[in-house]
Ligand binder design. Sequence first.
Ligand code: TRP
Length: 334
Amino acid sequence: MKKILSGIQPTGELHLGNYFGAIKNWVDLQESYECTYSVVDYHSMTMPYKAENLQNNSWRMVYQLLACGVKAENLFIQSLIPEHTELTWILSCVCSYGELTRMTQFKDKSDQTKETSKDSLVSAGLLFYPVLQAADILLYKADYVPIGKDQEQHLELSRNIAERFNNNFEVDYFRSPEALFTETPKLLSLANPEKKMSKSLGEKHFVSLFGDANIITKQVKSAVTDSGEAQSGVMSPGVKNLFELLKACNKTEAYKVNFEKWESGSLQYGALKGDVAEALIELTQKFKNNLQHIRENEDSVKEQVFASSAQIRKKAQQTIDEVREITGLAKLRR
Ligand code: TRP
């Protein structure tokens, strides 16, 4: 079976955009691939963060992923496998400084850091971020990496690093991982359908996956539909977004009924919103129930993820032993 690896930062609560854009795909891929998914807490240290929250956030993300259907045996917390940092160091020595400073995410995030907090530094960790990501992928010799377009450049770097390692040490060791882009619905903010659904825009702009039914209803009811004058025959982004949501939730019948009404000019946005709210509440109720069950069994769930991390670590250690040999480092006594 081909291998898949992906990672997500422990950034608090998941929303519909995360779910339909990535996590649902992760869950589905488990059927046909050997999947390994990581909550990448080392990556979260590259921007200013609060140490007292990080560990909790990592576990919170673990629970949410499990509630969405990620299997415990496929999931680990990155820092429970410290080999990720060791491989990062080794790979950084076959990666050029210029390659890293050219990464657009590095440029964006370092600008952002300089603008938002005058006294926080642009860390070397931020520069090394994509090398850590390459280590995540190469440590498990992944064939495919499901990512969004924003991570394409990082994956390209991972491929370059793999090739350069092989060339420098005259081995055919690492395989070049390929990006796996899956067609996913592009969900927009309900409050501002000019923008992508995202947490950074603020409370009103995302629908939580584990949110209260009343809040979801309120968010959907107040979704922006036609801003300005509606052009006949052209669907506004806000209305299109509501249709996207219905489709994403597999409500094909409701989609069809509403769409026919829209075509004939008799669609009531209130009715469409009612259908969307109902679909979202049905979907999120399932996740909420799962999450509650996980919380009630927190200790045993934690044990499972510690066990899977230990299991996955064995593969990482095997790679590290081989890499140490190839690169001439002292042989570890295990
Ligand atoms: N950088 C990725 C993101 O922000 C997260 C990530 C870390 C990742 N390690 C990875 C994604 C390895 C794919 C493979 O989305």
